[in-house]
Design a protein around this ligand. Sequence first.
Ligand code: NI
Ligand code: MN
Length: 240
Amino acid sequence: MLYFLVKRHLGKRKMKITYYGQSCFLFEMGGTNVLLDPFISPNPLASEIDIDSISCDYILLSHGHADHVADAEYLLKKTGATLVATFEIVTWYQKKGIENVHSMNTGGKVHLPFGTVKMVNAIHSSSLPDGSYAGSAAGFVIQSADKTFYYAGDTALHLDMKLIGERYHLDFALLPIGDNFTMDVEDALVAANYVNTKKIIGMHYDTFPYIEIDHVEALELARRQQKELILMEIGQTIEL
Ligand code: NI
Ligand code: MN
């Protein structure tokens, strides 16, 4: 009995999450560093971040827009990290000389050393910085030994999120809250209900005038719905 209690307790280790602005996060899962949607050097809000200080083993891209991929080529080449993205995005990076890749598509899952990554749908557009077709925009459900979480990418609120709530026990979800290009806070709170989590890390806000939000109002809206909305500082690391 004690063994199971201890195992259960140890089964979910804490995970380190660092925020680099817009929708870019570094997740430390076991000994593996996974970076999502790197847009750092062109982001004036992230001017304090030295991208050369970032070490990563995998880079996952939710879609091809510049505010998600701006630093991907540089970091892939510098770190030798493996790129995980749609077939179209991967093909585009292969032409730029990126060799460590894993391509997938919506609905598919891959087992990687840190856990499984399932590519789920997002309602959004997707093209690469030169206008090339990038496939569908996507989100990810990531299951590691430490935690299970949903990274929504850029998306509208959609009912398919309920499938995620049915199929997974999420510890938290990273949801866009900046409105205009994606969900706003109110939609994100509905999304949190659909995916069945109380813990939301906000993303895709404040970077441009179109997506500036009122933090106090957003936090109050979440509080009233008994949700924990986390608005991380750029450069901050938290453990969940
Ligand atoms: Ni986008
Ligand atoms: Mn975006």
